[in-house]
Write a protein that binds this ligand. Structure first.
Ligand code: NAD
Ligand code: MG
Length: 388
């Protein structure tokens, strides 16, 4: 039996992970499941999977969780500390599927205890890539990518030397607004931004797909995870979302990963790695699909991609600033305080403002320094929004 924990179990990735585990419950010993405010879901899954402990991120939800799990034998806990403690419980495989920078600490703790970390939480690589990879190297723990593009690259590199790689191309659907006239984007609503043409995902990543912030994060994620030069990473708009990424080698060959837009593919690959096992995903009929389209992203439409390049060029703790500013910008957009295009402007403004603070971005990377700049970036974003 493999001991598994799922952080962010109630979310889109978490639920897809649970779907796969429930198909072979005899193979897994579930240690910890964590969630946020959806207590009913968390409790239901904790009972069905016979988890040792269920943790909600929110202390004010603890009582409700305790009531829901009374008599079940599942332990309960709440809050940030409890999440870290749950991550310290010995497990062989840990799914990191919390959304946002909140996923960093549990991921680090899980790696410290030697678990294989299936990483959906791209934010932790964007804000503290070196820290995460350094922790994995020290404790000889493995990180497996779960983001579909990065799983695709990882699969394309099996049996290959990284030195033979010339370039990496990650695809983007273009999101909800890819066909909108530029001048209409400023008026785009939260509701309009929350529908994805091809993927069914959590609300935050769906809006990030419309603004291309998701792809911007993924470019940084590619650089951190695979250690390639930013110049080697290209973004391709591919409306069908069937080719997830391509690896280009020195001999000119391109290896593409083609599959249905179903996250259970990437999750299942990480769950069964290094083996491949049957997965309940659609088998593509290419004769029915007929054609695949690709085009270059329009820089004017998607300023987030430029901000990702600037973040990588600046280095240091700029990734944590970029991520936090972008997370707050998204909060403000969802709350109706700023417009769709203001998200990139606000992120850029915060990056410039914090870069003027002497020594801040160049401080050494620790959990504390990352949390510190994360906090400053959120405050700067809030102040700016209050003023305008
Ligand atoms: P989601 O919003 O559906 O779920 C997020 C989960 O995190 C929930 O369980 C929620 O309770 C929990 N959570 C939220 N805030 C928290 C906090 N402050 N502390 C602790 N837990 C908290 O999100 P999702 O779409 O499943 O995405 C999860 C992660 O996976 C994100 O990093 C996202 O970028 C990444 N990802 C998602 C997809 C996808 O298809 N959904 C694809 C690739 C990568
Ligand atoms: Mg992705």
């Amino acid at each position: 039996m493999r001991r598994v924990s799922i952080f962010g179990a109630t979310g889109s990735i978490g639920q897809n992970t649970i779907d796969l585990i429930r198909r072979a419950p005899e193979e897994y010993d579930v240690v910890a499941l964590t969630g946020g405010s959806n207590i009913a879901q968390l409790a239901k899954d904790a009972i069905a999977l016979k988890a040792d402990i269920a943790v909600t991120a929110y202390p004010e939800k603890l009582e409700e969780l305790q009531r829901a799990l009374a008599g079940s034998g599942v332990k309960t806990a709440a809050g940030e500390m409890a999440l870290a403690e749950a991550a310290a419980r010995p497990a062989d495989w840990v799914m990191s599927a919390i959304v946002g920078a909140a996923g960093l600490k549990p991921g680090i703790v899980a790696l410290e205890q030697g678990a294989t970390l299936a990483l959906a939480n791209k934010e932790s690589l964007v804000c503290a890539g070196r820290l995460l990879l350094g922790t994995a190297a020290r404790s000889k723990a493995r990180i497996l990518p779960v983001d579909s593009e990065h799983s695709a690259i990882f699969q394309g590199l099996v049996g290959e030397e990284l030195s033979a790689v010339e370039r990496i191309l990650i695809t983007a659907s273009g999101g909800a607004f890819r066909d909108w006239p530029l001048e209409d984007l400023a008026k785009a609503t939260v509701e309009q931004a929350s529908t994805h043409p091809n993927w069914d995902m959590g609300q935050r990543i769906t809006i990030d797909s419309a603004s291309m912030f998701n792809k911007a994060m993924e470019v940084i994620e590619t650089r951190e995870f695979f250690g390639v030069d930013p110049k080697q990473i290209e973004v391709l708009v591919h409306p069908e979302s069937l080719v997830h990424a391509l690896v280009g080698f020195q001999d000119g060959a391109l290896m593409a990963h083609v599959g249905a837009a179903d996250m259970r593919h990437a999750i299942g690959y990480a769950l069964h790695w290094p083996e491949r096992k049957p997965l309940p995903v659609e088998r593509l009929d290419l004769t029915r699909i007929g054609q695949l389209n690709f085009h270059a992203p329009d820089d004017q439409r998607y300023p987030a991609l430029r901000l990702a390049r600037e973040t990588m060029a600046r280095g240091g703790l700029m990734g944590a600033v970029f991520n936090a500013a972008k997370e707050r910008a998204l909060d403000h957009f969802i709350a109706g305080r700023i417009g769709f295009l203001d998200m990139a402007d606000l992120t850029e403004w915060v990056m410039a403002a914090l870069d003027r603070e002497p020594g801040l971005i160049d401080a050494s990377m620790t959990l504390d320094s990352v949390a510190h700049v994360d906090h400053l970036a959120r405050m700067a974003a809030d102040e700016r929004v209050t003023r305008i």
